[in-house]
Design a binder for this molecule. Sequence first.
Ligand code: ATP
Ligand code: MG
Length: 295
Amino acid sequence: MEIIVENLTKDYGQFRALDHISLHITGGMFGLLGPNGAGKTTLMRILATLLLPTSGRVEIGGFDVLRQGSSIRQRLGYLPQEFGFYPGLKAFELLEYIAILKNVPPKQRKAQVEAVLAEVNLLEQAQRKVGTFSGGMRQRLGIAQALLGNPELLIVDEPTAGLDPEERIRFRNLLVGLSKRSTVLLSTHIVADVEFCNGLAVLEQGKVVFIGSPSELANRARHAVWQVKVPMEQWSEVERRYTVLATQMTNGMVQARLLASDRPLADAQPLSPRLEDGYVAVIQNHQKQREESYA
Ligand SMILES: Nc1ncnc2c1ncn2[C@@H]1O[C@H](COP(=O)(O)OP(=O)(O)OP(=O)(O)O)[C@@H](O)[C@H]1O
Ligand SMILES: [Mg+2]
């Protein structure tokens, strides 16, 4: 499902949460990556027609968010960052209830609830009260409710927060699978979550600071990632001068991965950039530009 965002701005009173954002999403899995407060939830709530933009244009599958919200809602599944639960309901009951809210025809209700429970691997827990679910099970139930009504667009806001590494990987695979038939828009501040996205945008303080593929993001740190090994005494100087991406201690020496546009030390080894490196480089560039524009 095609999503077109043009010059979108959102103000909360005096505060500008989104600042002239433009995006074009054509399908598959698209990641929105950014630190806390970047504007991810604000953007997703506007796309989900829950929040009105201050200015700009948003079109989803040819429908305008301002004038054709109900057509968009019929084609949308949304998992909010905070998904409220009815802890006393059983998983099956909760989903049946949401299916009613989503106008799933009565005759299809039971079969659809079973189908989405199977899809997220919760069929065996169907008769358990959701209040007893683990974090990972809750997130999978959250996806199950978003899948009711066979949406063409699935918007999931930080769905991997609080999951253990194994659950996170399982959850990611679930989303990749779903993205074969629906457009999936995923927000996160964890870089590894967007590794399998077809496209992604980095948001920072309400601005889009990168749009491209995961490998293009990694490439933003090309020729700028180095490995150095220095004695403990010299470490504080290195730390002060360069952006440290990772460190490791070995026999009184500090081995570090650094971001630096020029070779930081004579014996520094160039490394090939990873996704995280590109993300740090993009965010840092943007912060530098902002400081310069204030100066
Ligand atoms: N209702 C509101 N009123 C005023 N300011 C708000 C409101 N909602 C969000 N903000 C502000 O807008 C900015 C963007 O918030 P948003 O929740 O969209 O960020 P986010 O990228 O989703 O962050 P997180 O990773 O923490 O979920 C933040 O500075 C936030 O404080
Ligand atoms: Mg958020």
